[in-house]
Design a protein around this ligand. Structure first.
Ligand SMILES: Nc1ncnc2c1ncn2[C@@H]1O[C@H](COP(=O)(O)OP(=O)(O)OP(=O)(O)O)[C@@H](O)[C@H]1O
Length: 683
């Protein structure tokens, strides 16, 4: 009874505070609006206007989650934590609400009864619309530590029905997650985490944290690389305001501006073309396209002039370290200078000859003072300008050193049996040869490498209000930080593509090496990133599974072993109280059995979601039997979750390439219930 009244009083207290914070929130929004509308239309004011609009959007979207927590210090200081900071009306006073990313908010995520960090209590405030519906208090003195922070609030969040949208974990981030989110950003950080350990959650909150704390990173934008468009949709939900202004989200397939994947390919082809050995091969191939020095002859104002092969060689040697087109551009400028000198010299020689012929006559007119056969500065400038603008000179350079289109160069390379001899076997060479149109996924990083070695022939178009607009359009944009989800899938060449966009190596990559299904043959992070970072990368691990219940995770150990993993499945923190179940049917009974299983699950988890994972060969049949339901291969299901999951024909999934890894993915998609329908092994 006492407890109930204490709870009710706490709810009232938090409601009063929330009302105050909401009122201040509205006031701040109105203030930003009026400041933006009062700005003059000058160019200088445009940048300020963009900033104000960004702040407005971020603040506006933070109304939901304006206050979600509170931490009380032993000295009596009370701090409220929310999605963004809300300043106090009195600008000298502490903020009304602390941004969750601020250093002072950190104990909310890390203090435990064993390490209370000067805090006495953590409170989670549960809010629906603008109403406080409950509080969840956790004393931070005495007690034991089971590794979870705010356990009550966490378990209640995890037990909720899944809607298909990523829910905000911002209020219940766990210590090991928070450590990664706030880690230094000065080098590569590779985060291994099993299914459901919050890798995606961590990746997205890391982006928000870095943009908040590192101005320079925000100025250069953050690239978020995800495996699919689903991940990119998550960004829109979790980081809406940031996503539009300082975050470029892409998959490896969409990273190269103006190029799209239109062709599928076999696993063998993808594996061969993903190897990082292509990087030096492409460098060598593009270097071999530089022209060989020769005498270059140009007609200028009716006269033929020649730059000797030796001089051309000199000029070429000075620029050959640069990308092909930049080298060409510098060469072209210097070539015109040399040509100008040659023309000037020819003119002066001519004048000299003329002078010699008329010496006696001229001496009489110039009082014996002689004549000046050198051209004046103005005359030389005139020749220089004329050479610079000469279409004839441009044509000579273009014929000898043509500009190149990356796509054409790559096709030539992939079809160049002679060049590839040193890099691939005969069978492999036959597999990578390509036709005249369309690109497959593994071509994109190759194309990117070729484009990088060539350099741009023309400057890209600038423009766009936000930094993200500009970054998205430029192949050679250098990002402040790159965050990668499902990083285990990246091929060697895809890693190279990432590195080119972030030479500072300020990169956070999250993934699960045990869920790898890409065609490359890597089974450890050292193998995956050794080629790109050597030994200079930091590792972190997420060890707790928040999604999948204990009952289901217990089934996954043997599957992981069969996948050849040396890891154990992550520790599940909650029990759904529902035992996984399985049945066996004949192939002709499959559709009806799946319908029945799904119906039962939908009833059990009313208001929640149900998904089906099946081997590739069964998808069409099941999709027809279960209209409106997600029926996916394990690749498609990766990263997704439902309240209940039906896995059809697990043995056939295990028989697919990287099959045991795929089955591991399939079995770990549910938050409550797992069902498996087996078919006889020989169908
Ligand atoms: N600290 C947290 N508080 C509340 N929910 C969390 C927390 N961490 C993770 N979750 C939830 O657990 C589920 C799994 O998280 P997430 O999808 O990020 O895991 P993952 O490691 O990326 O999984 P997978 O390997 O399957 O892609 C999601 O529903 C997420 O919202």
């Amino acid at each position: 009874m006492v407890q109930e009244s204490q709870h009710a009083a706490a709810v009232l207290e938090e409601q009063a505070f929330l009302d105050q914070a909401l009122a201040r929130h509205s006031q701040l929004l109105a203030h930003l609006e009026s400041e933006a509308s009062a700005l003059p239309t000058s160019v200088e004011a445009q940048a300020r206007g963009a900033l104000l609009r960004r702040r407005h959007r971020e603040l506006d979207q933070a109304r939901k989650g304006l206050v979600f927590g509170r931490i009380d210090a032993l000295d009596g200081t009370v701090r409220r934590i929310g999605r963004v900071g809300v300043s106090n009306q009195d600008e000298h006073a502490d903020p009304l609400v602390l941004d969750w990313r601020a250093a002072a908010a950190r104990p909310f995520y890390t203090a435990t009864p064993l390490q209370p960090e000067g805090q006495s209590r953590r409170r989670h405030v549960l809010v629906e619309a603008a109403t406080v519906t409950g509080v969840n208090d956790e004393p931070l003195s005495g007690g034991t530590d089971n590794g979870l922070v705010g356990e009550g609030a966490l378990l209640s969040a995890l037990g909720q029905r899944r809607t298909g949208q990523m829910s905000a974990a911002i209020a219940t981030l766990q210590r090991e997650q928070d450590d990664i989110i706030r880690a230094e950003a000065d080098g590569p950080l590779i985060v291994q985490g099993g299914p459901g350990t919050g890798k995606t959650v961590v990746a997205l909150h890391r982006v928000a944290y870095l943009l908040f704390t590192h101005e320079q990173i925000a100025d250069q934008a953050v690239l978020v690389l995800g495996p699919s468009h689903r991940f990119l949709d998550y960004i829109a939900q979790v980081l809406p305001a940031l996503g539009e202004t300082a975050v470029v989200s892409a998959t490896c397939d969409t990273l190269l501006p103006g190029v799209r994947v239109t062709r599928s390919e076999s696993r063998e082809q993808a594996e061969i073309k993903g190897r990082e050995q292509w990087q030096p091969a492409i460098e060598a191939y593009v270097a071999s396209l530089l022209p060989a020095p020769e005498d270059l002859k140009v007609r200028w104002e009716g006269e033929q002039h020649e730059v000797s092969a030796a001089r051309v060689h000199q000029l070429l040697t000075a620029v050959r370290q640069r990308p092909y087109h930049q080298a060409r551009q510098v060469f072209s400028g210097q070539f015109r200078e040399v040509l100008t000198d040659i023309i000037v010299q020819a003119r002066e020689t001519l004048l000299d000859e003329v002078d010699e012929g008329y010496e006696d006559i001229l001496a009489r007119f110039t009082d014996g003072a002689g004549t000046e056969s050198a051209l004046t500065e103005d005359e030389v400038d005139e020749i220089r300008e004329s050479v610079a603008a000469s279409a004839e000179v441009t044509a000579v350079i273009q014929a000898w050193w043509p500009t190149l289109e990356p796509g054409l160069v790559l096709r030539n390379l992939l079809n160049s049996k002679e060049f590839l001899k040193g890099h691939l076997t005969g069978d492999e060479t036959a597999l990578v040869g390509c036709g005249p149109s369309g690109w497959a996924s593994s071509d994109i990083p190759l194309l990117d490498a070729v484009a990088h070695e060539l350099g741009d022939a023309a400057a890209p178009e600038p423009g766009g209000e936000f930094i993200a607009d500009r970054a998205r359009r430029q192949r050679n944009w250098v990002y402040g930080h790159v965050v990668i989800d499902e990083a285990q899938e990246l091929s060697g060449m895809q890693w190279q593509m990432v590195l080119r966009r972030c030479p500072s190596r300020s990169i956070t990559a999250v993934g699960d090496i045990d869920q790898t299904e890409a065609a490359h043959r890597r089974t450890s992070w050292a193998q995956a990133v050794g080629g790109v970072f050597g030994e200079r990368w930091n590792a972190a691990e997420l060890t707790i599974c928040y999604r999948t219940p204990i009952e289901v995770m217990d089934l996954t150990g043997p599957v992981l072993q069969k996948a050849g993993s040396l890891n154990s499945p992550p520790r599940a923190v909650r029990s759904s109280g529902f035992a996984p179940w399985e049945s066996s049917v004949r192939p002709e009974e499959l559709a009806a059995a799946a319908q029945e299983a799904v119906q039962a699950m939908q009833q059990r988890w009313n208001g929640g979601t149900v998904g089906v994972v099946a081997p590739h060969a069964r998808i069409a049949e099941l999709a027809a039997a279960l209209p409106g339901l997600p029926v996916l291969t394990s690749s498609e299901a990766k990263g997704l979750e439902w309240d209940a999951a039906l896995v059809v024909d697990p043995h056939a999934i295990a028989a697919e390439p990287r099959g045991w890894n795929r089955l591991y993915v399939a079995l770990t998609r549910c938050t409550q219930e797992l069902a498996q329908i087996h078919l006889p092994a020989d169908v």
